[in-house]
Design a protein. Sequence first.
Length: 502
Amino acid sequence: MLFPRSSGILLHPTSFPSRFGIGDMGIEAYRFIDFLVESDQQYWQVLPLGPTGYGNSPYSCYSAMAGNPLLINPELLRDDQLLADEDFANLPEFPLDYVDFERAIALKVPLLKKACENFQAKASPIQQKEFSAFCQSKESWLEDYALFMALKDNFGGVSWNNWEPEIARREPESLEKWRQQLSAEIYYYKYVQFEFFRQWTELKRYANLRDIKIIGDIPIYVAHDSADVWSHSEIFCLDEATGEAALMAGVPPDYFSSTGQLWGNPVYNWEKLQANNFEWWVQRFEAIFAYVDVTRIDHFRGFEAYWAVKRGQETAMYGEWIKAPGIALLDVINEKFGNLPIIAEDLGVITPEVEALRDRFEFPGMKILQFAFGAGPGDPFLPFNYDRNCVVYTGTHDNDTTVGWFNQLQNYERDEVLRYLGCIDPQGIHWSLIRMGWISIANMAIVPYQDLLGLGTDARMNFPGKAEGNWGWRYRPEALNGEVGDRLKTMTYISGRAPNKN
């Protein structure tokens, strides 16, 4: 799908200011949308919105379909009389610049449980009907997810393949026994999904009414310890005896790591998926387009061929490329939904076959300006080598911030960047790179909010290959200011990316 000439900002909701320790769907989210409107942006890009597990990575969630309960705003629950002001008395002091996930969870989960109890006791007939309708509309994944989370709590948080064998194998009698035994816990997990989607739907409606579209994110793989793998084990490459991943996903050595990246997710059993006409993938696309307007497919090249590493390997160095039926899958998706607005993350080891798959469906690829220097005029990330059907970024969530990236370059590399940009003073390097992306021919240009603010490495969102300490950056309320917005608005106007308001 071809996108109009436009621009936007990449910012995950956890990065919003909030007195509850983690960004959520409260007033600051609405303020950010207002900022997008005032600065003439048309897109807000987020990372995956699922319930995160160990390491707090949005790319490793307990469900590919569910929402993250930590994004629920307690003040909105108070406005619905499900919580009271007294519940917010003596809130602890939280860091302003990053998320202390452990403390935020310790605060929010009891509030969510109290709201659930009040909903169960006080919900009006209309609210009860809305809840029942929600559960019915999401039944294809919600039943398994709620039971999975209740079981995970019951078994002390261990991975599903270490539960009692009968329930790990999903034997019908065991499923029924646990559904009855954990009925209260299952209700809670359904309720928080109800609230997540209710709040997100309102936020998205607010954005869409102001002509802001939301770009979501589909990680091509799902976590091994997830409701998806537990409830659909037949479509993943698992060891039948242990339930562990028999073939693990990752990428070979690349820009980010000399030993590659071993993600550990189980790869798909594409034969089983294709035999079932890709039913699970159809449900997944249906689920994400229920709450975003556009989506990016992370690691798109895995639809053409994927790097598979046998269980037991400690790095991703020793694996093999295996072909995937990407054309067949995307033909089914097109037949079911039409020409969906999809961005293909086509970074890393990209072959002509991957490019052909991307172009067959007219998906725009990604161009990263931080990758544009060092390979000479033929570098595909230099703007004069772009096709229009692409999305240009200064950097992504996996990159250092632009200021941090520039400061860590060797002197000769900095000189090359400055020569290309025509800069004398490197102090405004972030604005120079933003301008470079904005005036390029790429149909869409996206800047991480950290780059808009000119922040250094401390504001980086993720270090690929680092298991802990990621995903926590937050901005302070005063960072959302008119001076930055006005400068971005001017640049958006002069580069021809402002919305047509006629």
